[in-house]
Design a protein around this ligand. Structure first.
Ligand code: FPP
Length: 244
């Protein structure tokens, strides 16, 4: 990408190093075409491919995608099975390409509670790409912000009860260090596609000062230019982090 076309990373809000995306609208995309929901999810995977390819060229270092929430289990079993199948297929077929492109794949959420064969595959993909220095692609799987905060609180409580930590040690920094995202910078922006204005239990703690970006585009239609437009919007924001 040419410098002229790149978002103004050094003006306004500064660079968007970490972008987190709520990929929404797969169902509506399919419905508009009188297709089954799985068709929307399948096209959603294509959008994931496009965005992963475009992100590094737009200055993104960490891309977190909300692929399956802890509340998505409430969907019909068939749809849940389809989503798990797509995830498996994506990792199986994309891992060589991701590795070649220096992408480091990681997961947040209670992903180790997924089916053992899937967990094994995710673990292998994670280990294989662990040394890569390019884009950090983080998939939120079986992820819920409230459950993540409860896990972090429990882990602090266990240390206090065991005498490894004083109650005074429970600070925002100590809690943050026990979140699934402890090794990542906080998200600069949370983007939701398809026009909905909700966080849906995504990165509740981490998004305290993230810019919220909304696009009307349904996720299956999302692509590199749509990502560049969202980042241009981000660059026009003035971030004050509570200051003035
Ligand atoms: C929301 O659309 C999307 C999801 C619940 C899952 C996101 C999953 C994908 C993009 C595909 C799988 C991804 C990978 C990486 C394998 P929705 O069904 O809630 O849409 P609607 O609000 O229009 O009904």
């Amino acid at each position: 990408m040419t410098a002229a076309a790149a978002p103004m990373a050094d003006d306004g809000a500064g660079a968007c190093r970490h972008l987190a995306i709520i990929m929404d609208g797969n169902g509506r995309w399919a419905k508009a075409r009188r297709l089954p929901r799985i068709a929307g999810h399948r096209e959603g995977v294509e959008a994931v491919r496009r965005v992963v390819e475009a992100a590094p060229g737009l200055g993104i270092e960490v891309l977190t995608l909300y692929a399956f929430s802890s509340e998505n289990w409430k969907r019909p079993a068939e749809e849940v099975g389809d989503l798990m199948g797509l995830l498996k297929h994506y990792v199986q077929h994309e891992i060589d390409n991701l590795h070649r492109n220096n992408v480091r794949l990681d997961f947040i959420g209670d992903w180790r509670a997924l089916k053992p064969d899937l967990v094994e595959q995710l673990e292998r993909a994670r280990e294989r790409t662990a040394g890569n220095q390019g884009l950090r692609l983080v998939m939120a799987l079986n992820y819920g912000g409230q459950a993540e905060l409860a896990r972090a609180a429990r882990s602090l409580a266990e240390d206090v009860v065991a005498g490894r930590m004083a109650v005074d040690g429970i600070t925002p920094a100590a809690l943050e260090a026990r979140l699934d995202t402890a090794s990542l910078p906080l998200p600069d922006a949370v983007l939701r596609t398809s026009g909905e204005l909700r966080l849906s239990n995504f990165l509740l703690w981490q998004s305290a000062y993230a810019e919220f970006l909304v696009t009307q585009t349904l996720w299956p239609d999302f692509d590199g230019p749509a990502l560049a437009a969202a980042l241009a919007e981000f660059s026009r924001r003035e971030r004050r982090f509570g200051g003035r």
